[in-house]
Each structure stands twice: as structure tokens, then as C-alpha cells.
Design a binder for this molecule. Sequence first.
Ligand SMILES: Cc1cc2nc3c(=O)[nH]c(=O)nc-3n(C[C@H](O)[C@H](O)[C@H](O)COP(=O)(O)OP(=O)(O)OC[C@H]3O[C@@H](n4cnc5c(N)ncnc54)[C@H](O)[C@@H]3O)c2cc1C
Length: 338
Amino acid sequence: MGPPGCTVAGMSAQEQQDWDVVVVGGGAAGLSGALVLARSRRSVLVVDAGDPRNAPAAGVHGFLTRDGVPPAELLERGRAEVRGYGGSVLRGEVTGVTRDDGALVVSLAGGRVLRARRLLVATGLADELPDVPGLRERWGHDVLHCPYCHGWEVRDRAIGVLASGPMSVHQALLFRQLSADVTYLAHTRPPEDAEAEQLAARGIRVVTGAVAGVDVEDDRLAGVDLADGTRVPLEALAVATRMRARAAFLAGLGLHPVPHPAGVGEHLPADPFGRTDVPGVWVAGNVTDLAAQVGAAAAAGAMAAAQINADLVTEETGAAVAAHRAASPAAPAAAGAR
Ligand SMILES: Cc1cc2nc3c(=O)[nH]c(=O)nc-3n(C[C@H](O)[C@H](O)[C@H](O)COP(=O)(O)OP(=O)(O)OC[C@H]3O[C@@H](n4cnc5c(N)ncnc54)[C@H](O)[C@@H]3O)c2cc1C
């Protein structure tokens, strides 16, 4: 991938402005969509800011045939596959999208402007961590969120769950599947009575009091400190992040993130195929499905891409029929005429 503002190899200046599809975001969802579109002989450009959500993690887990591959390596392979079918990938940030005479006008940081017939938004989400000093530095290493992404890696370890959201008890129960040593740190979310019973029944210890910071020794999490000075030794800490779709650049189209029904953040709603309420705009991956892991994000990108291609085929067929009729020497007889 080239530096910001680079040109797309092999394209004239005019060709670089007009695309069947611009894909915003080159993670698993965007690249998977671009691959399907490129293989459908669509002109497709992926604009990617290069900051996938799982960048801090050492490996992608649970993705069949690629389990454990470093996130950057997975995406490099994806970009090569897209380019192998004539798709283009550009490092850059989309800052705004508007509509002009049916086309979607895509503005990039640095001033470049592209035009697209359709847009696939696959920009992912931003994780907002609980406001505890030291968490961000350990994020993706031993401060974790997802039992399916890194649970196996911390199996049988001393795992704390920093309770801060509506899913914290659920998260503790999931991590209990991986270790018998789980501590629910009540922090800002003490368990309700029925939840306390569930935690007790599963042998999960509950520690009350606010967590004030994390202890790190030899570049490893060693525990957390409570506000009253108590230290709780731990080897991993699960947190619930507030997940916000990265979609501010769509405001010009009237497309705004809305609260997710689960109360865990904000997303862009869409139908099961990724179609939004805004004509010509599809979404895939974490920007709409906050729970999607890499496999689900890639699958959603492929599904949205197939729908976009079908939508373009329908539009082109309609135009071809109109042109065909206009070119015919005589209009076909009306049905039923004698
Ligand atoms: C620490 C951590 C570890 C994880 N580990 C795993 C794991 O082991 N297995 C697993 O299946 N899942 C894992 N996940 C989840 C995984 O990160 C997501 O499922 C996946 O990244 C979603 O893919 P996506 O394409 O929707 O978004 P992303 O991968 O986040 O890609 C979005 C891309 O869009 C770009 N972008 C954003 N805004 C713009 C813009 N305005 N213009 C241009 N580009 C833009 C970003 O820079 C980024 O490159 C992990 C998540 C975290 C936080």
C-alpha cells in the first residue's frame, strides 16, 4: 500500500476519479467485499486508513485456516488478492461523502475527491475503554474483551472481569468456561441479586470497590489496585468496551450511528444484506455488527458486495432495455393488439 495521497498504479487520472464501487475501510469486511466485486469485474477502490480494530493483538484466532496469523499479515494477503483481480487499494482517510446527480462524491483527507456509483462502508468501530489508568497500554495483550479471540490463550489463568456495563456478568460467565479462577471486580457495576447467585453458583469471586489502576511487572499484568489500596493479583483482565461505529464522515448523507439495542454502543443499522436506508450505501463488519469477529465481518463484506453487484446489474439492465427500445425500428405491438 502506498503513502497517503499516492496514485493507483495503472489508472489514468480520470479513471482514478470514477469507480463502480468505493469501499471505505480495508479490514476483513472491506477487503472481502472488494475481492467479490473485483472478481465480478467491477472497478473497485478500497480506501483504508490502516488502523484495524485488532491491530494490538498478536494473532487472529478462530478464523478457519488462518488461526493465529498476525492481523497485519492477514490484511496484506487480502490486499494482494484484491489487487490480483484488478481491484485497487489506497492508503487514505475518507472525511466526507455527499451526493451529486446520482453519484456518491467521496472526499479524502488531503483534498482528493472520488466519484462512485455505490459505496461499501466497512470502517469498523472504536473501542472506548473504561476510565482506568493503564488499561489502554495493556489493551489487546492481557487486557482483553473477547473469550473467543484470546480466551484460549489465558485458559486456567487468574482472570479478572472489570464490571462496567450491561454485559459484564455475561462476560464473567463466559470466561469461567476457560478458567476456574475468575474474579468479578464489581467496580461500577455491582451484580444484582439474581446475578450474584449465578456468579456464586459458578464459583466466581466478587470483589467490591472501584478499580483505580493496573499493576504491571516485567511487561505483564500482575493485578489491579482498588481505590481503598487493596491489591488483587491477576494475570488477565477482561473489560467491556463501549463500541462506537466509525461513521462520522457519512453525516453529509444523513447517515448517523444510532444506539445499539444491547446498550453496548452505537452502530449503523442495515438490513441482513448490509443495505442502509440511504440509496447506494451498504455497510459490513463492525460498523454495523458490533459483535462480528473477523470471520463474520469477512462474510458480511462478501454478502454486501454480491448485493451491490446485483443492484448494479439491475440498473444496467434497465438502462440497456431502454436503449434497446429506443434503437428498435418499430415499437413492439401492445399486448393484446390484433
Ligand atoms: C484486541 C482485539 C483482538 C481481537 N482478536 C480477534 C481474534 O482473535 N479473532 C477474531 O475473529 N476477531 C478478533 N477481534 C475482532 C476483530 O478486530 C474484528 O472482528 C474485525 O477487525 C472487524 O473487521 P472490520 O473490517 O469490520 O473492521 P476493522 O478491521 O476495524 O477495519 C476497518 C478499517 O477501516 C479503516 N477506516 C476507518 N475509518 C476510515 C475512514 N474514514 N477512511 C478510511 N478508512 C477508514 C480502519 O483504519 C481499518 O483499517 C479482536 C478485536 C480486538 C479489539
